[in-house]
Design a protein around this ligand. Structure first.
Ligand code: HEM
Length: 465
């Protein structure tokens, strides 16, 4: 039976999560080809499937309409608060369940009601200077990001005008780590490596978390005493009553979003352009880089599966009987592949649909999508502008995707490249991003950022090997 007709069939009534044998989601199959796993689940269960997530039963929401219904939450049925998770409340979730720490955060993503609304207001105000492209701070940020991008490309090409590179470790990741540094106003680049260690969740992560927390506490104390033109200072200006702990929680979220999710979107976009999504290539060729990003976010959304929502009352969703307190995990990636959604798209059009859910939807919808699109656009644009040739160094089906229940991102993005004449003419990075002559203060800053970038890239490459 084809998935489309299956999705419209009545699904057998599912009594509760425990009455159906949930199959493990995180298998080798899922790591290699998550899309095939979503389709198998869709054809077996319809738009809402029971899965086992590292020993915990969860409803995976696969249908576009059902994901949208949960995210929009028009009737206040879905909560993101941990207290509304029945099994957790009743002590049935093991304390060492690997995903538990990510649900114990007290930051915006896990708040509801008034506390949530107030935090959204704070984020919107604090982001505005960086996100609203009519603001001088936003323009300065864009200029700096272009400069970091050019410096990274010139570092990549230090061995000559062509070669091999890992675009994740040598470009996307350090670029977004520099953005984190710039937005947070860290004085040192030591924090950058710790951000990466935390995001990477490798063996050094616990120690790096402690160091990073200490560094963030220092930054917060400093910004309270001497506010600057950075995100924590703007957050404090909007909400002076925030405790240090709350502010650190919100900054921690920023690190994940920029340091990890935006990095993944840069890499996923490059892959889509190189491996031949016709819409992604055509829009880039037409100079519509924001459209290229939109298309990549639709085909390979980096936030592939979102954090749980808990039903606050018994309900039926996509034919499944969901009991009060059950967790549901909305799958953006599966929703985008839903035949009912995919049928409405024209894959060869230069203009894609904006109805995708890569930024979420409803009351928890992303607040930084404009900024993220700008950052990713600059990264993609600078790269393709400066390359005469760029191709994957591996067959597309052998790319090393990370094993993650939530993120669709690469561990490495190996490419072969040849720089174009524009990049060859301006190999020295200082002043490369600016058409005006650099002042001596600017040159000093640029030399400092170049050496920070160079150290960072070396460390990221070491860490990867
Ligand atoms: C490519 C990068 C990004 C992607 C794909 C992305 C995607 C998302 C998604 C899907 C959500 C909703 C999560 C949910 O409903 O469970 C979200 C929430 C959020 N995003 Fe983004 N985001 C990105 C970058 C950013 C950036 C750069 C910022 C700010 C600097 C930002 C700020 C936020 C905030 C504050 C929330 C929480 C909103 C809430 O819970 O009310 N995001 N993001």
């Amino acid at each position: 039976m084809d998935p489309q007709s299956r999705a419209t069939q009545p699904t057998p009534a599912l009594r509760s999560l425990k009455s159906v044998p949930a199959e493990p989601l995180l298998t080798r199959d899922f790591d290699a080809r998550p899309a095939a796993v979503y389709e198998r689940l869709r054809s077996k269960y319809g738009p809402v499937a029971p899965v086992d997530l590292l020993g915990v039963p969860v409803w995976l929401v696969l249908g576009y309409a059902e994901v949208l219904e949960v995210l929009r939450n028009d009737h206040g049925l879905w909560s993101k608060r941990l207290e509304d998770w029945r099994d957790h409340r009743e002590g049935r979730i093991p304390a060492d369940w690997p995903l538990l720490p990510s649900y114990q955060g007290t930051y915006i993503a896990f708040q509801e009601g008034k506390a949530h609304t107030e935090l959204r207001e704070m984020w919107s105000k604090a982001l505005r200077p960086f996100q609203d492209r009519t603001q001088p701070q936003a323009l300065r940020l864009e200029k700096d990001v272009r400069q970091y991008a050019d410096e990274l490309i010139s570092l990549m090409a230090e061995g000559g005008t062509s070669g091999w590179a890992d675009l994740s470790a040598q470009y996307a990741r350090p670029l977004m780590l520099m953005v984190c540094n710039r937005l947070i106003g860290f004085g040192t680049d030591e924090a950058l490596m710790d951000i990466w260690r935390v995001v990477d969740a490798g063996p050094d992560a616990p120690e790096a978390t402690l160091r990073l927390m200490a560094a963030l506490a220092e930054v917060v104390a400093l910004k309270r005493r001497r506010p600057g033109d950075d995100l924590p200072s703007h957050m404090l200006a909007a909400r002076p009553d925030l405790t240090d702990e709350q502010l650190i929680g919100e900054i921690g979220l920023l690190l994940g979003l920029v340091g990890d999710i935006a990095t993944s979107l840069i890499c996923n976009t490059v892959v889509e352009v190189l491996t031949g999504d016709p819409g992604a290539r055509a829009s880039l060729a037409a100079g519509l880089v924001r459209e290229t990003i939109n298309r990549a976010a639709m085909i390979a959304p980096p936030s592939a599966n979102l954090s749980f929502r808990f039903a606050t009352a018994d309900t039926v969703l996509g034919g499944a009987h969901i009991a009060a307190g059950d967790p549901v995990m909305p799958s953006v990636a599966a929703a985008h592949a839903d035949p009912r959604f995919a049928a409405a798209l024209d894959p060869s059009s230069v203009h894609s649909s904006r109805a995708h859910l890569a930024w979420g939807a409803g009351p928890h919808r992303c607040l930084g999508d404009e900024l993220a699109t700008t950052l990713v656009s600059i990264a993609v644009e600078r790269l393709f502008e400066q390359m005469a040739a760029l191709e994957l160094a591996l067959p597309a089906d052998q790319l090393p995707w990370r094993s993650s229940p939530t993120i669709r991102g690469l561990r490495a993005l190996p490419v072969r490249f040849r720089l174009g004449q524009a990049a060859e003419r301006a190999p020295a990075p200082a002043g490369a991003a600016s058409e005006e002559p650099a002042t001596s203060e600017e040159s000093t800053e640029q030399t400092a950022s170049r050496s920070a970038l160079s150290r960072l890239v070396r460390a990221l490459l070491r860490q990867r090997s």
